[in-house]
Design a protein around this ligand. Sequence first.
Ligand SMILES: [Zn+2]
Length: 139
Amino acid sequence: MNKELILLYNSHLNALTKLAISSLPNESCAILLGKRVDTKSIVKSILPMTNSLHSSVAFNINPDDLYNAYNTARLSELDVISIFHSHPSKLLPSKTDQIFMLLNPVIWIIYSTSLNNFKAFIFDKFDHLKEISICFIKD
Ligand SMILES: [Zn+2]
């Protein structure tokens, strides 16, 4: 069985890192559009979102922004394949994150601004939290 994998261009990695750092001390968030083929998801574009909670421990995307993101995906014939957000500290989904991950069973990417590192997670069909490999590719 093929391993689940998400592919991110280096330019996307840089854009997400910048978004996270410029949003400090608050958490940042973004919707990632792309395509999924078998067990591989490839990110094609990034839609930075506003953290409507303006919080350093949580994030929320307001429904209008979310609607626009899904509309952009539809118009560009891409899928919402991942939800990105940043943490000032550890790289694990919080309890609140996990509730929303169950509601939005796409790949969730977390970036830690203190660790300068990315990790990706998903809930599998048995509702087990699973880490997914991230593969960075040259533009
Ligand atoms: Zn979180």
